[in-house]
Design a protein around this ligand. Sequence first.
Ligand code: MG
Length: 280
Amino acid sequence: MYVNKTMAFAERPDPTSGPMADCHLPPDLLNEARRRLLQMHWDSGVGHLGGNLSALDAMMLLHHEMIGPQDRFILSKGHSAGAYYITLWSLGLLTDADLLTFHKDGTRLAGHPPASGIPSILFSTGSLGHGLPLAAGLALAARLEGNKRRVFCLTSDGEWQEGSTFEALIFAAHRSLANLTILVDHNGLQGFGSTADVASMDPLGVRLAGFDVDIRACDGHDLPSLRTALAPGGNRPTVVIMRTIKGRGVPGMEGHMESHYLPLTETNYRAALAGIGLPA
Ligand SMILES: [Mg+2]
């Protein structure tokens, strides 16, 4: 069994004093997070696993290496709540017993992040297109308060078909909110098809570059690539477009639109466990 030796969230260094060089996401912890995410979805029989698996690596790296106690994170693609809960568990902020309640009646771990009951989660999200407006407001508030808080917002690629997402981007760029980092989980799929077929925004980076923001691209499953893209810098908002794979690590799900909604099959569950070196 994995023993969590990383520093508790509140014990980690102030990220404003420099890079969190002492914090490094251990590969075995990331592997265990993936196993826990699979098990939680298998036990509960619920879907939305594809988008959880495309976002897990970035969420884990962000929370273990980039986000300090004073920073804020908004999961705009709220249907990836499972990966967020697993990340909070990996930080010691949720327990094994909490994970067993995922998606059950009366749980704190609902299918979308709850607005109360888990202190790290500030807003209930998942009505898509709402997360970036909230994050931009938090970033402006931090500036007005004179603190060095960074605000991170993880969006899906489908959310860039939402007008409210663009309104928030316009606002953030106009205010030069350099403390705001926007991540795009660019897996190329959404609930009912490929983003290119539903309403194409490709090439997304080229289109967003016209909004007076810094654009960075990275491999959302490669930790060194993520570290480089998420490093502080610049004097305007940063948009990190992460190339990701929906259903990452589950052979029967990778790149399949159906992984958005459909739950794990036993075959896929066993194959995914074997893929991370565990008994199938
Ligand atoms: Mg997508």
